[in-house]
Design a protein around this ligand. Structure first.
Ligand SMILES: O=C[C@H](O)COP(=O)(O)O
Length: 254
């Protein structure tokens, strides 16, 4: 079901102690300042901190725990890897998949991501599936063809029931960590396009029910404008999720 979500992707940042201090500040500020709004907050710390940070999130409320990646297999001899079931067992409800940093630095392709999606869904996790074009693609005026293919190859192999569990995140690569945000009009244009592709692949109801987040230099200053767009249902926040005041302001932007 379509929701408003603000997800914080801590990436490979913080120590356990810094992370605990950060989440404690965020929980206190959000509880004091965010009233009435139904926005869901998903916190995605690094793997080793999931369990501890998860225990700091007030149970049964707007806070949810997410991971930044998972392996495609259930278990086995895969030294250093973490399965979706492990994540579920420490309280994660969401997992980010297909982030451009994973695609670029760890060579994750559509085939591998398809397997990861299946593994996450089988373990009962909700995937936050990222798509987004490079600056080169945008400048060549190929954004929509590129995104259509990314969605078709990476995501639309899922059944209707599986797709129901998925949150889509549009993250233009040129906007990630660069301070260069997509304008709200650019974000809206792409989000509407993604929703249209979902309607074609599934149906209008599936499209209407899908939560589509924007990610890429979203911050306390631009979040309100971005979130006011009809097809922008929230944000996947990197840098600004590491600052309690900024992250809280973003959550308050609905
Ligand atoms: O997952 C989050 C995105 O990569 C956005 O990162 P950013 O907010 O630091 O640009």
């Amino acid at each position: 079901m379509r929701k408003n979500i603000v997800a914080g992707n801590w990436k490979m940042n913080t120590t356990l102690q810094d992370g605990q201090a950060l989440i404690s500040e965020i929980v206190n500020m959000v509880q004091d300042e965010v009233t009435g709004s139904q926005v869901e907050v998903v916190v995605c710390p690094p793997f080793p901190f999931l369990s501890v940070i998860g225990k700091q999130l007030p149970a049964g409320g707007r806070f949810h725990l997410g991971a930044q990646n998972c392996h495609q297999k259930e278990s086995g001899a895969f030294t250093g890897e973490v399965s979706a079931q492990m994540l579920q067992s420490v309280g994660a409800e969401y997992v980010i998949l297909g982030h451009s940093e994973r695609r670029q630095y760890f060579r994750e392709d559509d085939e591998l991501l398809s397997q990861k999606l299946k593994a996450a869904l089988a373990a009962g996790l909700k995937p936050i599936f990222c798509v987004g074009e490079s600056l080169e693609t945008r400048e060549a005026d190929e954004t929509f063809d590129y995104l259509r293919k990314q969605l078709q190859d990476g995501l639309f192999h899922l059944s209707n029931e599986e797709f129901d569990q998925v949150v889509v995140a549009y993250e233009p690569i040129w906007a990630i960590g660069t301070g260069k945000t997509a304008t709200s009009a650019q974000a809206q244009e792409v989000h509407a396009f993604i929703r249209e592709q979902i309607a074609r692949a599934y149906d209008a109801q599936a499209a209407d029910n899908t939560t589509i987040l924007y990610g890429g230099s979203a911050n306390a200053q631009n979040a309100r404008e971005l979130f006011s767009q009809p097809d922008v249902d929230g944000g996947l926040i990197g840098g600004a999720s590491l600052k309690s005041r900024d992250f809280t302001e973003i959550i308050k932007s609905f």
